[in-house]
Design a protein around this ligand. Structure first.
Ligand SMILES: Cc1cc2nc3c(=O)[nH]c(=O)nc-3n(C[C@H](O)[C@H](O)[C@H](O)COP(=O)(O)OP(=O)(O)OC[C@H]3O[C@@H](n4cnc5c(N)ncnc54)[C@H](O)[C@@H]3O)c2cc1C
Length: 368
């Protein structure tokens, strides 16, 4: 499985080093933020201060084209892995921010992109909220919104969410303006991990609807909809790297690094982490501008299973190697394992594997 050539330009490398610096800050805050309703406000401020909130924007609008083209995809993969290594909840939030700005770049008007750039430069955090409250799905009613989103990360803190809303012409994307806390309810987020992602329900009843971004159906347009899952995998891969580091540290500190069984498990853990990393980098590369669109979609669909499987293997190895101490709070390994196990739950994993397999069954050989 080939990957990109290494990052060379110092300019591009600097976004990665900024992400690593933010990740270092997030690592320090992570234990204190492992509580219901928490949100990493200082870490998001550090993202803003480092230029990472505007980085996905075009250079002409003050950005760094992070995530654009082959180099930009490689760079974004490394940035997301670095931030995820520092904090999975912060990585989740940053991934949503990047996704929203990329959707505005791809489908929005010049004026909408300029407006988004201005807000991001002022420190606004974006997100993508697609999951509807089944009982009250979000709808566009003339100039107002009605209904609610659930499982919305950054609820109460993201002031520029990109939401999907049903309209007579089909599902549209829009970015309503919210004030802090508006419509948000975090009481339902009782998941075992990812507490600091502030994932919750947001009601939009009566909120003014701005003009849509793009046309009805754009949100689900392929290949970007399916291939975009690679960014989430990159954040998960960062969490896996953090667990591997903690396992190494534990084995050294406890003097168990010379034990044969522990070495075998550590070797298998390293293989799992690197397997995920290779699938993530391949997914990013093939998503950069796929000559073969179906191959790119299949690669990401299969990468979802590859990373999930590698992460579950890693979690088991880490817990068996460290033992009971891996379950004791406030050990970082205990929190990160909960965060990773929670964040691994993504939509329709069976279908992704089946679709990826079906595409390969149509072909005579692997297309990458
Ligand atoms: C930390 C976190 C943050 C999130 N933030 C956001 C956010 O900001 N915005 C947002 O829109 N969403 C967000 N989500 C929600 C996310 O996009 C998914 O909706 C959610 O994670 C789906 O998980 P699930 O396990 O319930 O998926 P499911 O798709 O329900 O999968 C569960 C199981 O059911 C199977 N399955 C799925 N469909 C069927 C079917 N039709 N028939 C039979 N079996 C089926 C799957 O293959 C799997 O085995 C977040 C989720 C997490 C964990």
């Amino acid at each position: 499985m080939d990957t990109f050539s290494p990052l060379t330009s110092g300019d591009r490398g600097s976004l990665l080093s900024r992400a690593q610096a933010v990740a270092g800050i997030a690592t320090l805050h992570a234990a204190a933020l492992d509580t219901p309703g928490a949100f990493p406000a200082e870490d998001v401020a550090a993202l803003a201060g480092s230029g990472l909130l505007t980085a996905p924007l075009p250079a002409a609008l003050g950005g760094r084209d992070l995530g654009e083209g082959l180099d930009g995809h490689r760079e974004l993969a490394e940035v997301l892995m670095a931030i995820g290594q520092g904090s999975l909840p912060l990585g989740r939030l940053y991934e949503g921010h990047v996704n929203a700005l990329q959707l505005v770049r791809r489908y929005g008007s010049a004026a909408q992109l300029a407006e988004a750039a201005e807000a991001a430069a002022a420190g606004a955090l974006f997100g993508v909220w697609n999951t509807d409250d089944r009982a009250q799905p979000l709808q566009l009613r003339q100039d107002r919104l009605q209904g609610a989103k659930i499982l919305a990360s950054g609820a109460g803190h993201v002031t520029r969410p990109l939401v999907t809303a049903a309209s007579p012409g089909g599902a549209v994307m829009l970015i309503p303006r919210l004030s802090p806390g508006q419509g948000a309810d975090l009481s339902g987020w009782t998941a075992q991990g990812m507490q600091a992602s502030a994932t919750g329900r947001v009601s939009f009843d009566g909120v003014i609807a701005p003009p849509p971004i793009g046309s009805p159906g754009d949100y689900l347009r392929e290949p970007a909809f399916s291939t975009g899952a690679w960014r989430c995998l990159a954040v998960q891969g960062g969490g896996m790297a953090a667990l591997l580091d903690l396992l190494r540290q534990h084995l050294r500190d406890s003097g168990r690094d010379e034990d044969r069984a522990q070495r075998q498990r550590f070797g298998e853990a390293a293989i799992a982490a690197q397997t995920a990393r290779l699938w993530i980098l391949q997914s990013a590369r093939l998503s950069a501008g796929p000559a073969d669109v179906e191959a790119a979609v299949a690669a990401v669909n299969l990468a979802r299973r590859a990373v999930e499987q590698a992460a579950l293997t890693l979690l088991e190895l880490v817990q068996r190697s460290i033992g009971l101490a891996a379950f004791m709070r406030p050990a970082p390994v205990e929190r990160i394992a909960r965060d990773l196990a929670t964040y691994l739950r993504q939509p329709a994993p069976d279908r992704a594997l089946e679709l990826g397999a079906a595409e390969l069954l149509r072909r005579e050989a692997l297309p990458w």
